[in-house]
Design a protein around this ligand. Structure first.
Ligand code: ADP
Ligand code: MG
Length: 254
């Protein structure tokens, strides 16, 4: 693909007021349509990258440029904690970003219905968060992120707190959503297997300062199914990512 990146980070640094430098000199392009995984040890700056892209925090140096300035105004963000309003039902939680954008509930209803169907929660529209399993809460958070039809979805370890069976299921659901909706995804994980399964590109980051250790391209045309998890190709990707991750951890202890 030769299309311009959706968003580019050029020489980006982030130093917090307490003096901690999470990132320095980071160059990173997010290409339209890709599922890019940022893989790296805890504290290497993955969440900081997402927050900078989302505009939740400004870079201390460098620049973040958007091919389409409109795209930066409509970003979906999914955090590790589903962060649902406990007193609001599933549909009302999903409505929230549209309400913030000034849309009426009646006008938003068809989109709420559609996105709930996409994540398999149609029958739970009136359930409260406490009535849902961990996986269902996360589906609700994903529906809320998707309801504005963002061109870019940022996901910060969204499945890390879930058991493995639920996690595998949600990985497949995310791939299906991606096929249906075609958004660009930047996905943060510290799971090598998850990164190898979901991504079209993996970037391995290391401490300190989020240096990029490795970049692994994965053919988007590969079918991601249980067979893929057993394949030689999958093992190769995991081996390469694990090796880079091990080097990233080594950098850390130096
Ligand atoms: P990751 O998501 O890879 O675990 P983070 O981006 O959360 O890493 O953090 C990178 C580094 O920046 C860590 O050393 C962390 O302690 C520090 N950090 C993150 N947010 C802040 C903040 N608001 N203030 C001070 N330090 C921070
Ligand atoms: Mg983090």
């Amino acid at each position: 693909m030769t299309t311009a990146p959706l968003v580019s980070l050029h020489g980006v640094a982030k130093t917090f007021p307490n003096g901690v430098t999470a990132l320095s000199g980071l160059d990173l392009d997010v290409r339209e349509g890709e599922t890019l995984t940022l893989l790296g040890p805890s504290g290497c700056g993955k969440s900081t990258v997402l927050r900078l892209i989302a505009g939740l925090s400004p870079p201390s140096a460098g620049a973040i440029s958007w091919a389409d300035p409109e795209a930066r105004k409509n970003i979906g963000f999914v955090f590790q904690e589903p962060t649902l309003l406990p007193w609001a039902n599933v549909a009302d939680n999903v409505y929230l970003p549209l309400r913030v954008a000034g849309e009426t509930r009646a006008g938003a209803q068809p989109r709420i219905d559609r996105v709930l169907e996409h994540v398999g929660l149609s029958d739970f529209a009136h359930a409260l968060p406490r009535e849902l399993s961990g996986g269902m809460k996360m589906r609700c958070a994903i529906a809320r992120a998707l309801v504005t039809r963002p061109a870019l979805i940022l996901m910060d370890e969204p499945f890390a707190a879930l058991d493995e069976v639920t996690r595998f299921k949600l990985n497949d659901d995310l791939l299906a959503l991606k096929r249906d909706l075609g958004a660009t995804i930047v996905f943060v994980t510290h799971s090598v297997f998850e990164s190898a399964y979901l991504s079209t590109r993996i970037i391995v980051m290391s401490k300190p300062r989020g240096a990029i250790m490795e970049e692994i391209e994965i053919d988007p045309a590969l079918t991601r199914d249980p067979e893929f998890r057993m394949s030689e190709r999958f093992s190769d990707i995991c081996r390469r990512a694990s090796r880079a991750l091990r080097d990233a951890m080594g950098e850390n202890s130096r």
